[in-house]
Design a binder for this molecule. Structure first.
Ligand code: ATP
Length: 246
């Protein structure tokens, strides 16, 4: 399923937050958004999720306007909001439960692929940060939506766990090919994961640049050591620095 955003404007009271945002995620594409803190990235996800309405502009899924419609995308927040009184298995089927009968077999298959087979009956307080993130991502996958919006999902993890999670996410995505829109503050993460990167300006955000990421797949961490990776990283760094120091 494709996502397209046309001429989106959003203000909170007198404060303009998003100004003329135009972006697309093609079917099965992995797209990242980088931008200064407070520029309006999470607000964009609230708009896509139908939680808030824009002043003008359209959000389209497969060409159909969905402004203000909830329950059409899978969402993974910055901090995994797992219910403490539900087991891992009960947490991952939650979004599916709201719509239809959950597929426990698929849930167990994904938990196994995430190395969590022994934890299906554990409660969230028994899990590490990385494990909670995997549970949260499996829940987004099981919501059975073709478009996933992931809001800085790995920002709170240490470097090694983060790299393990990024590789895990890529392997799952390569097998499922959902359309992903991924917010991050890390240039490395955006370039390692995405097919394209949008760079947001400071608030009110417009799209300052769109970068096609030329690296072939499957990718591994050796990519991060290459000259091509470093050059592209420098170019993006320059764009972001302009937004912070202006
Ligand atoms: N419900 C709201 N009411 C009023 N202002 C809001 C609301 N939600 C967000 N804002 C404002 O909109 C601006 C953008 O916030 P947003 O969370 O979208 O930024 P962000 O780019 O995701 O930031 P970060 O990278 O730090 O997570 C901020 O100035 C914030 O204070």
């Amino acid at each position: 399923m494709s996502l397209a955003i046309h001429q989106l404007h959003k203000s909170f009271g007198e404060r303009p937050v998003l100004e003329d945002i135009n972006l697309q995620v093609e079917n099965g594409e992995f797209v990242a958004i980088l931008g200064p803190s407070g520029s309006g990235k999470s607000t964009l996800f609230q708009l896509i999720g139908g939680l808030v309405l824009p002043e003008s502009g359209t959000i389209e899924l497969n060409g159909e306007a969905v402004n203000g419609k909830k329950g059409l995308i899978g969402y993974m927040p910055q901090t995994p909001s797992l219910f403490p009184w539900r087991t891992v298995l009960e947490n991952v089927v939650l979004a599916a439960e709201l719509k239809e009968k959950p597929d426990y077999q698929e849930a167990r298959r994904l938990l196994q692929k995430a190395g969590l087979a022994d934890y299906e009956n554990a409660y969230p307080n028994e899990l590490s940060g990385g494990m909670k993130q995997r549970v949260s991502f499996i829940r987004a996958l099981l919501s059975n939506q073709d478009v996933l919006c992931l809001d800085e999902p790995f920002s709170a993890l240490d470097e090694f766990t983060k790299l393990t999670m990024q590789k895990w996410l890529l392997s799952i995505w390569e097998a499922n090919r959902k359309s992903i829109l991924f917010i991050t503050h890390s240039i490395d993460e955006a370039l390692f994961l995405a097919d394209r990167v949008y760079i947001f300006s400071k608030r009110p955000a417009h799209i300052k640049a769109e970068i096609k990421v030329p690296f072939s797949r499957p990718r591994d961490e050796n990519l991060l050591e290459t000259t091509e990776f470093f050059q592209l990283k420098q170019q993006i760094f320059k764009y972001l620095k302009e937004e912070i120091s202006e």
